[in-house]
Design a protein around this ligand. Structure first.
Ligand SMILES: [Fe+2]
Length: 750
């Protein structure tokens, strides 16, 4: 058994004065926890090294260790109750679109089964893709019937299982959907009279049975299903084959509003409340339920015609949910301790540091200024939506840019740990085991890529928080007075919140952002606010926040842009907000309008480059930016692949919304390993190909005193500490920041 010490907090963003729950998993008997302020994460000996500060007086505890278990798999849970009591006969029917029907494990469709004693029933797909009905009858016998042909994957089927206790007749029925489908003969058996053995296990959709551990710990579902499930029905009697055929016809038309045979006790309408984790029973018995582990909602159902691609315009055609056996939202570990953060704690990047013998982990969190505290002149917005989108990123070929075959950086220990824990769930760059793209990501689980010293073997360098700590370290080294906040706060609080600050700084990769965030930045700058976009590939993907679960973001990749997977037809709209997903460029919200630049290219060649100054950099209007900079090449050094321009980069383009007023001050041309973004390629040999793999440094100003300075590269921050913080990258960044932080925006709140 490998020794481990891993934790997570209940959220990333917390105000001074609030408290934070901490969950810890370890094989050790005991561990120590304390709070540290993070300053520099990269342990590369060519840089300042790992830097943190102990924070006395908060959260120093010694706790007994325990092993935590993470249960993956999404399902719907309907609590047991009077309507489900005394179910002696049953018919379970539903539409399914199985995506891994012969997956080697039983995948429950509709069940009410206590796994401890086997009482109740399970209607499922078996290990080899055939339908299965199994139950325990009152005499104590366990009975089972299977069909003998497997369901084909990615096909809509109407399936039903009926058990009639008086005669003991069991029926399995299946019929494919569509013009060519015919039901075929049902599979039947006569087991002899016998009522179902009752159970107080909950009714489950998309799972095979309920495990209830000893000692009052919460139960969980086993045998989770991969695929879509729509219009499930439950009857309290065993329907005949003729009645089942009628049910199929009744629910085949859009809306499924036809008459059902007697005995209907549950009919769940997945077309309703698509943004919610609740599911509604429309059969009148109040058997409403809740979804666990965030299955995909707003997906096409069996009756989708393709006339509409927005679920809000054809609700009944979206009567389905896509479940995955590897879905995870909240890892659900019991809380080990809570941290009460003093109201006067300074805003910054912190971590809960866990230690036990040689083992160590740091769980980062961001303390944002409490409402009562005085704002600093400078606000750093850590791109936490991007951290969550990239959570536990596995480097599948689909998310790897161009790179030399000969360059293979070593894997980091964080990447090895991710491999060891697939149950922590993947990033929005990955697919589920059934091939569908992961469209929700949650912060309430261990995120091993969110560690101060995380390195990615993609670049042999830090990314995300580790890269953004370069900025924190630089602000500390140069003595700037700053607050730190997160995407979550900007999303929730808007431009009024930004308006407290003279200058707002992004991190290295603010790729994922909500409409609310773009609107906040645009209003802030329009009102005279000043922004430094210190990264690359910013403001790119339409991102939304779950209305009931603020720890969950949603991204649908759509059918354009440089994307690691594609949305299924008709499934581009976000379930959480209804808005059209994809990249912002396809919604006309061009990042260029805000920052002057938009995504140009990405690559990983181990040799980032410097920027060459252009004529505009010698314009007296921007002399303040280059004060003290004699060199014509900027940033041909740094801790991220050796240069300030690299990884993901942006360029200015008037045709894509860059304002004509934008001054392009310097540009860096990347190597042949950098490919132009796919959205710039209309066809293989198109004259309209407009892209170029380059990073443009730009400057924009408006009459209100607002300004945006953009570096357009994810590597920029890695060059700040070079030459003891006295390089041209440091000087340019400081020149701009001093000017920007000099006076409050004209429309700043009093
Ligand atoms: Fe990215």
């Amino acid at each position: 058994m490998v020794d481990e010490l891993i934790g997570y907090c209940d959220r990333i963003s917390v105000s001074a004065g609030e408290s934070l729950d901490v969950m810890v998993h370890t094989h050790q008997d005991e561990y120590e926890a304390s709070v540290v302020r993070l300053i520099h994460g990269d342990r590369n000996p060519d840089g300042p090294g790992f830097r943190e500060e102990d924070v006395a007086g908060i959260g120093s505890v010694r706790r007994p260790g325990r092993r935590q278990v993470t249960r993956t798999g999404s399902y719907a849970l309907i609590e047991d109750g009077p309507a489900l009591a005394g179910l002696s006969s049953v018919t379970a029917a539903t539409w399914i679109f199985p995506t891994r029907p012969a997956g080697g494990e039983v995948q429950g469709l509709i069940s009410k089964r206590g796994l401890a004693d086997g009482s109740g029933f399970t209607f499922a797909i078996d290990e080899s893709g055939c339908l299965l009905f199994s139950c325990r009858v009152a005499s104590g016998q366990t009975m089972e019937l299977r069909t003998d042909t497997a369901l084909t994957p990615r096909t809509w089927w109407f399936v039903a299982a009926a058990y009639e206790s008086q005669s003991g007749t069991v029926t399995l029925y299946r019929a494919a959907h569509g013009a060519w489908a015919h039901p075929g003969a049902p599979t039947q058996a006569a087991w002899g009279p016998g009522e179902l053995a009752g159970t107080d296990a909950p009714l489950l959709l998309a799972a095979a049975g309920w495990e209830r551990p000893e000692g009052g710990r919460p139960g969980w579902a086993r045998g989770c299903y991969n695929g879509k499930l729509g219009a499930p029905l439950l009857f309290d009697r065993g329907l005949s084959v003729r009645e089942i055929a009628l049910v199929r016809q009744a629910s085949a038309g859009a809306g499924g509003r036809a008459e059902y045979p007697p005995g209907l006790i549950g009919r769940w309408d997945f077309a309703a409340d698509q943004a919610s984790c609740a599911i509604r029973d429309t059969a009148g018995q109040g058997l409403d339920g809740r979804l666990v582990n965030m299955p995909a909602r707003a997906v096409t159902g069996p009756n989708w015609t393709g006339r509409e691609t927005d679920f809000r315009l054809a609700a009944s055609e979206y009567d389905a949910i896509h479940f995955h056996a590897d879905d995870i939202e909240d890892a659900g570990w019991p809380v080990d301790f809570s941290l009460a953060l003093p109201a006067g704690l300074r805003s910054g990047v912190y971590a809960v540091r866990l230690r036990s013998g040689p083992l160590e982990d740091r769980i980062p969190f961001v303390v944002v200024r409490s409402a009562a505290a005085q704002a600093s002149p400078i606000l750093v917005v850590l791109p936490t939506m991007t951290y969550v989108a990239y959570a536990n990123l596995a480097l599948t070929p689909e998310c790897q840019p161009g790179r030399p075959d000969t360059w293979n950086p070593p894997r980091s220990r964080w990447e090895d740990l991710m491999d060891a824990h697939p149950e922590f769930g993947g990033s929005l760059y990955q697919r589920h085991d059934d091939g569908s793209g992961i469209c929700y990501s949650s912060a309430r689980r261990p995120i091993l890529s969110l560690r101060p010293d995380y390195r990615t073997s993609l670049l042999d360098a830090p990314r995300h928080l580790g890269a953004d700590l370069y900025l924190i370290d630089w602000l500390e080294a140069l003595g700037f007075d700053y607050d730190v906040t997160t995407d979550d706060e900007v999303h929730a609080r808007g431009s009024g919140y930004l308006g407290h600050y003279c200058a707002v700084l992004t991190g290295s990769h603010p790729e994922y952002c909500s409409y609310e965030m773009i609107a906040a930045y645009e209003s802030y700058v329009a009102a005279g606010g000043r922004m430094m976009y210190l990264g690359g590939n910013g403001f790119y993907w339409v991102t939304s926040v779950h209305p009931e679960r603020p720890d969950v973001i949603e991204v649908r990749r759509g059918h354009g842009g440089t994307r690691p997977w594609e949305s299924e037809p008709g499934e581009v709209h976000h379930s959480t907000t209804g808005e059209h997903g994809g990249h912002w460029r396809s919604r006309g919200q061009l990042p260029n309008r805000l920052t002057g630049v938009g995504m140009a290219s990405e690559g990983a060649d181990g040799r980032s480059v410097g920027y060459r100054r252009l004529a505009a950099s010698h314009d007296p209007h921007v002399a303040f930016i280059f004060e003290g900079v004699e060199e014509e090449v900027i940033g041909d050094f740094g801790l991220i692949m050796g240069g300030a321009a690299g990884d993901e980069v942006d360029r200015a383009d008037l045709a894509l919304g860059t304002p004509p007023e934008a001054m392009v001050l310097a540009t860096a041309m990347l190597s042949e390993y950098y490919s132009v973004v796919l959205e710039d390629r209309i066809s293989w040999r198109s004259d309209r190909q407009q892209g170029e793999p380059r990073a443009d440094m730009t400057y924009l100003e408006n009459d209100a005193g607002g300004a945006v300075f953009s570096v357009s590269s994810m590597s920029w921050l890695g060059s700040l500490s070079h030459a003891d913080y006295a390089s041209n990258v440091s000087r340019i960044t400081a020149n701009v920041l001093r000017r920007f932080a000099d006076k409050p925006p004209s429309a700043a709140p009093a």
